[in-house]
Structure formats: C-alpha cells, structure tokens
Design a protein around this ligand. Structure first.
Ligand code: B4P
Length: 193
C-alpha cells in the first residue's frame, strides 16, 4: 500500500492535482472537504453540524473528521493506497491518522506540501467563487479566515511529519501540468526506493 498526503493551504491546488494523481497511481481519493460537502448536500446531522464551521472559514472539529476518515478507511479494504487531500489539518488529526494506519499495517509514504503565496491563493479562491457556488469562496473575509486558520492550526502538520523525514515541498505556482510533473517525480522516487 502506498499512501500520500497532499498538503497545502486552501486554494493551493490539492483538489486539482488529486484528480490527476489518483488516475495515474490508482489510489483511493479521500478528500475531507468533498466528504463534508456531500454530508451538507444530504442534510445529514454531521453535515448540519459541519456547515456552520465551513461557512465561517473555520475548521470542523477534529472528532467529526477523524470519525469520517476512519469509516472511509474501513469502507475501502481493497484499496492499493490512499491519497489524503485536505486531511490531516491539525496535529491531533495527524496523530489519529497514524494510529488508524498502524491498525491496517500501513503508513504514510510521503507528504507533498504545495507552496503558494497568500496573494495567489486569494486570487484563485475568489475566482473559483464566481462559478463554484461554494459558500466558503464567496468573499475575501471568509477566504482570509481560512488562510489564518491554516496558519494557526494546519501549518504545524508539516512540522509533525518533518520529524519522520516525510515532507517534500513543491512550488504550487505555475501551470497545472508543471506542478503535476514535479509531484510525480517525487512519488516515483519513493515508489522506486
Ligand atoms: P477543502 O475542500 O479541502 O478546500 P480547499 O483547501 O479550499 O481546496 P483545494 O486546496 O483542494 O482547492 P484547489 O486548490 O484545488 O476544505 C474546505 C473546508 O472544509 C475547510 O475550510 C474546512 O472548513 C473544512 N475541512 C475540510 N477538511 C477538514 C479537516 N480535515 N478538518 C477540519 N475541517 C476540514 O482549487 C482552488 C482553485 O485554484 C480552483 O479554482 C483551481 O482551478 C485553481 N487552481 C489550482 N491549481 C492552479 C494553478 N496551478 N494555477 C492557477 N489556478 C489553479
């Protein structure tokens, strides 16, 4: 099993690059953002609880997302490996993920961290907001809250995995193809090792 975390601030290209990576490497895509949005669309109790956090640009409580990922792992026993997109977003989530993977006799092979300036992130998200209908892309205030939440709570996740020499930083600005090539190069090195 080969498991990847695609890491980076909101708007750094995680969702965009994940779609291509899962197609190339045959991994199961686990995006907590997508899972939460589908709970909201289904108006489930979990979705209703998550909605108020997401529309303010805040992280959803750890226990909610950890439970969601735990079920997703259990529901995919045949997977060759997982691509985690937007998870873990706190050190508590990273610790919980490590425990869940140990129970399945596997671990994270690599954390690919996309680096993009705040100006570019804001531009991309405002642009997506014009067409996506996503409540968290609607205005600069919410986008700025999401970026602050990333700096306050999520950036530490890269430090957590740095202790295990698992983090590789990738420039997340440039064409989607160039960034995809840079990501694949790092994955291929680890697969060959
Ligand atoms: P997510 O769904 O993870 O949203 P995101 O970080 O904004 O998206 P992503 O980074 O994937 O977008 P992309 O750059 O691909 O999270 C949404 C919310 O859910 C969070 O704020 C939080 O409330 C909650 N949540 C999710 N996971 C959680 C967790 N683990 N714990 C707690 N709460 C959680 O796309 C952005 C735009 O950039 C697109 O329009 C794209 O086309 C464009 N783009 C991509 N690459 C580009 C490039 N190279 N050049 C130009 N534009 C590019």
């Amino acid at each position: 099993m080969f498991n990847i975390i695609l890491f980076g601030p909101p708007g750094s290209g995680k969702g965009t690059q994940s779609e291509r990576l899962i197609a190339k490497y045959g991994l199961k895509h686990l995006s907590t953002g997508d899972l939460l949005r589908s709970e909201i669309d289904g108006q489930t109790p979990l979705g209703l609880a998550a909605k108020s956090f997401m529309e303010r640009g805040q992280l959803v409580p750890d226990e909610v997302v950890i439970e969601m990922i735990s079920s997703a792992l259990d529901n995919n026993p045949q997977a060759n490996g997982f691509l985690f997109d937007g998870f873990p977003r706190t050190t508590a989530q990273a610790e919980a993920l490590d425990k869940l993977l140990i129970q399945k006799n596997t671990e994270i092979a690599i954390v690919l961290a996309l680096q993009v300036s705040v100006e570019e992130l804001t531009k991309r998200l405002l642009n997506r907001g014009l067409t996506s209908g996503r409540m968290d892309d609607i205005n600069e205030e919410i986008i700025s809250a999401r970026i602050k939440e990333y700096e306050r709570k999520t950036a530490a996740v890269a430090e957590y995995y740095s202790k295990y020499q698992k983090v590789v930083y990738i420039k997340g600005e440039g064409s989607i193809d160039q960034i995809f090539d840079a990501l694949c190069k790092e994955i291929d090195k680890r697969i060959a090792a």
